[in-house]
Write a new protein. Structure first.
Length: 144
């Protein structure tokens, strides 16, 4: 993520974060963790609100669960769903309809369409991702 893109997010904004940036940050990925660290610094400072879809929560928790690490699974769950400034947005019927529209319009895989629909329903300033499938999407501001 370019620092100028991060700087363009106004204080108090809500951002929807895709799975990969969270996984990179939590797992201290050697190449990509630093790229997304400023986002989490701003979250910790109370400058941003972070929203994830319930699909993202499942994707993030799959890593520690596959390693049999229930303690880490619970730490991630709490960090993403109960920490100050963080919320999990459910996949509702209306979100599913919006996601289906995005899936058809942009030829996205369903999880990616759900990310866009979550950003719309959360009135997010941007969707933060590391996924190149969002190129050409103009319905939602996408920061990669």
């Amino acid at each position: 993520m370019a620092l100028d893109a991060l700087a363009a997010i106004p204080n108090g904004a809500t951002v929807v974060v895709d799975s990969a940036p969270l996984i990179y940050y939590f797992e201290d990925h050697p190449r990509f963790a630093a790229r997304f660290a400023p986002l989490f610094d701003r979250l910790a400072a109370g400058e941003l609100e972070l929203v994830i879809s319930s699909i993202t929560l499942a994707e993030v928790l799959a890593g520690p669960l596959s390693a049999g690490n229930e303690v880490l699974t619970e730490q991630y769950r709490v960090a993403l769903s109960e920490a100050s400034g963080c919320a999990v947005h459910p996949v509702t019927a209306s979100l599913a309809v919006t996601a289906a529209r995005f899936r058809v319009k942009h030829r996205l895989k369903l999880p990616d369409a759900i990310q866009l629909a979550t950003a719309v329903e959360a009135s997010a300033f941007a969707l933060i991702t590391h996924d190149r499938n969002f190129r050409g999407v103009s319905d939602v501001r996408v920061i990669q």
